[in-house]
Design a protein around this ligand. Structure first.
Ligand SMILES: NC(=O)c1ccc[n+]([C@@H]2O[C@H](COP(=O)([O-])OP(=O)(O)OC[C@H]3O[C@@H](n4cnc5c(N)ncnc54)[C@H](OP(=O)(O)O)[C@@H]3O)[C@@H](O)[C@H]2O)c1
Length: 245
């Protein structure tokens, strides 16, 4: 398979290049400027359309404004599109969904299998522990742009689906007790942390924590390549990581 990686010079993109090569795929990369990563010629992003001409899949870990146009280019080229970029606004998400009318698009805010298991479990846990206080804390490296993380937002959406009148409270200060229905959301940015998410539920004289910790960026890269391998040849449409797993 021929895989083009957008963001090939980035922290995650260079791992995608490495994993895809290890699995025997032909790889190509684009980033903002021309360079080379581990012997792969990385071209400027304005050459992406050319790069896609003979590609099977585009795997994208860049920034939302770039991914919006990459989705359109993948659709024009008829290439399966896997996107790991996070932090899209409504218009950005709409653009990706528009591309899914023409090509298979798989979007995931987290390509770790463990996070998928956490997402699958969270609604059941929250339902069983009805009325417990819930606090969500995520920690990432100091270069991460969007906050809270896409994974934290997805976890909150899952909780929202089973809790009435959920009140997302981003950080706290001042003098007031915790409100009913509050879910505290806490964001930490420091060093080179790959990604940690902890959901804490407390009530009934007990505390339950569900924690996922990525120990290297390989886990995201491997998941994204798994997704690309699964996506190529599918019908146009909107897919998620759970579909591929
Ligand atoms: N879904 C997941 O599992 C997962 C996991 C990790 C990260 N992410 C997300 O993936 C994204 C990238 O994260 P990262 O830590 O790898 O970022 P990063 O290290 O900052 O890398 C960003 C990459 O995007 C390229 N880029 C930036 N602007 C571009 C543009 N306009 N056109 C084309 N390429 C552009 C950069 O190229 P230059 O270096 O040439 O500027 C670089 O290669 C973020 O949104 C992050 O939250 C998702």
């Amino acid at each position: 398979m021929r895989i083009v990686v957008a963001g090939a010079t980035g922290r995650t993109g260079r791992e995608v290049l490495a994993v895809a090569r290890e699995r025997g795929h032909a790889v190509d990369g684009v980033a903002t400027t021309e360079t080379a990563v581990d012997g792969v010629d990385v071209r400027p992003a304005d050459e992406l359309a050319d790069r896609l001409a003979d590609a099977d899949a585009l795997v994208d870990f860049t920034v939302p404004e770039a991914s919006r146009s990459h989705a359109g280019m993948a659709a024009d080229a008829g290439v399966a599109y896997v996107v790991g970029t996070t932090g899209f606004n409504q218009q950005g998400t709409a653009d990706l969904r528009g591309a899914a009318d023409r090509i298979p698009v798989l979007k995931a805010s987290n390509f770790a299998r463990g996070v998928q298991a956490l997402l699958d479990a969270v609604a059941d846990v929250v339902r069983t522990l009805d009325g417990y206080d819930i606090e969500l804390t995520e920690t990432h490296h100091n270069g991460k742009r969007d906050a809270p993380s896409g994974t934290a937002t997805t976890l909150l959406d899952r909780i929202d689906a089973v809790v009435d009148d959920l009140d997302r409270t981003y950080g706290r200060e001042g003098h007031q007790p915790r409100g009913n229905g509050e879910v505290g959301v806490h964001v930490r940015r420091a060093g080179n942390v790959r990604g940690e998410h902890e959901l804490l539920l407390a009530g009934n004289d007990e505390v339950v924590t569900l924690t996922h910790r990525a120990e290297s960026r390989r886990v995201f890269a491997a998941g994204a390549v798994d997704a690309a391998e699964w996506l190529v040849g599918r019908d146009p449409g909107w897919y998620n990581f759970a579909d591929a797993l």
